[in-house]
Write a new protein. Structure first.
Length: 188
């Protein structure tokens, strides 16, 4: 298998398509060097064990954590760490594309759309396991992720351009509100 490495001569998109990314440095290099149009393939070519992410993990019993691995003007790569039963609020992605790869555990993703009255209704719900990938962009609706595992779990999130805020469904007011996003940890 070909590895993309900082020491390799510039790999073109054709070479990238035949590569399997087997280190976090390979992944970051590919994301930095390639165009947004290749991100789907890049995410699908990741072959990383959960051990690779141990230095990026932080855990909380009150809420999943958002751990920034890398952020620049092109993308944001975040590791979410989940305790049993934790879930996101229903949310959008601030207009940006999002890929989620399950690193450890099992998740339910539920997708919602507004009906003619502006009420969020469930469109679909799917289960994702290790190495499964989901994709979301705002025209598809809103979504929610929930850790279904009986243990701690991890998911890797790639956003094509960083997201500083998004719209979430506030359970108390039953309204969509804008929320500023932050990280629990920042690696690079």
């Amino acid at each position: 298998m070909n590895n993309i490495n900082k020491n390799d001569n510039n790999l073109n998109s054709k070479e990238l398509k035949s590569s399997t990314l087997q280190s976090l440095d390979d992944l970051i290099t590919a994301l930095c060097e390639e165009e947004r149009t290749t991100y789907n393939h890049i995410v699908r070519s990741i072959n990383l064990s959960s051990e690779v992410f141990k230095d990026y993990c932080s855990w909380s019993t009150t809420c999943y954590t958002r751990n920034c691995i890398m952020e620049n003007e092109k993308f944001e790569l975040i590791l979410l760490c989940w305790e049993k039963g934790q879930k996101t609020p229903i949310h959008d992605h601030g207009g940006e594309e999002c890929w989620v790869k399950v690193i450890e555990g099992e998740f339910r993703e539920t997708i919602y759309k507004k009906d003619e009255n502006g009420t969020l209704v469930t469109i679909t719900s799917t289960i994702s396991k290790v190495n499964d990938i989901s994709y979301m962009i705002d025209f598809m609706g809103y979504h929610c992720l929930e850790n279904l595992s009986e243990k701690r779990s991890m998911s890797l999130h790639l956003y094509a351009k960083p997201i500083s805020n998004c719209n979430i469904f506030d359970e108390k007011s039953k309204k969509i509100i804008n929320k500023e996003l932050s990280y629990d940890t920042i690696a690079r």
